[in-house]
Write a protein that binds this ligand. Sequence first.
Ligand code: NAD
Ligand code: IPM
Ligand code: MN
Length: 349
Amino acid sequence: KKRYNITLLPGDGIGPEVVSIAKNVLQQAGSLEGVEFSFREMAVGGAALDLVGVPLPEETISAAKDSDAVLLGAIGGYKWDKNEKHLKPETGLLQLRAALKVFANLRPATVLPQVTLLLLFTLTSIYFGVPRGIKTNENGEEVGFNTEVYAAHEIDRIARVAFDTARKRRGKLCSVDKANVLEASILWRRRVTALAAEYPDVELSHMYVDNAAMQLVRDPKQFDTIVTNNIFGDILSDEASMITGSIGMLPSASLSDSGPGLFEPIHGSAPDIAGQDKANPLATILSAAMLLKYGLGEEKAAKRIEDAVLGALNKGFRTGDIYSAGTKLVGCKEMGEEVLKSVDTQVFV
Ligand code: NAD
Ligand code: IPM
Ligand code: MN
């Protein structure tokens, strides 16, 4: 029997609600494929701040590094918003991504059952770039500043992941940048264009980010794989979530060259609905499927989860964020139970 160590990082807000469900689904899908998990739950974000005073404790880093994959809920909340930067939940998440050396973030969005688009973006750049800060300038006025820095190799490595992924999909890659104004984008476009020669079977196009934001709403089907930088990808993936129905539906995978991947829904801790059994657990459940597929290579177990989610949706089960007349309104737990049932009962081919 195969056995994997999974680090669970429930985090804050709706994080614990959705992670506990995804854990059960993971266990169930695995057991049907002869795969076993040992789970270790660790603190991150606001939960870790309350417990030990830092948003990413050393023990959490080592547990995450020692495991085969990491499943995270979400971090953040009003309570910690006024904290100093190094004591913010968000800092814990960025530190975790850095510690795991994950550089490629994959965010698939299903537009129609037949059409999915995949957003891929870097996890480095402006969030980490220096110089950065808030200082007083020569006129005695406060100025805030950040830097976007890309080394050629950083662009090349994400571009390679993107070309390889596009090749396995519909063979179309759109690189999104702001090369009309930003030097970091000019180099980005130059490197991506140069690499295209090695992938003659992939059709490469370029688009400015403002146009991409518009095109995504106007005609999402035109896209297959999109590659972009950290901040554009963060924004476009929230937008992509709405053309698919809800932010509560979109999973993500953050991958490195080696070492465990980090899998998490793209949404945050949703403090407005936390603790009310209203959260849509599907984004986290689908993140567990990505964990199986991209993290562990357990494609069959992953497929079981994806099919189970479709099964629950086909039966009309809907959390509030995706509810419409004629469907069945359920809470987080009931949706989770339905998916779990569906893992067991689906006819699997
Ligand atoms: P959010 O994604 O938490 O919530 C935005 C809106 O979407 C809210 O109305 C929320 O109720 C809804 N929503 C989100 N997930 C949902 C789900 N699974 N089911 C149903 N509805 C859902 O974004 P925000 O409000 O901008 O941020 C809240 C906190 O989360 C902040 O502290 C922020 O920094 C943090 N955050 C964390 C992550 C992460 O952990 N990766 C991502 C984004 C935001
Ligand atoms: C995400 C989030 C994070 C990001 C924040 C919380 C730092 O928005 O994972 O989408 O911008 O990467
Ligand atoms: Mn985001």
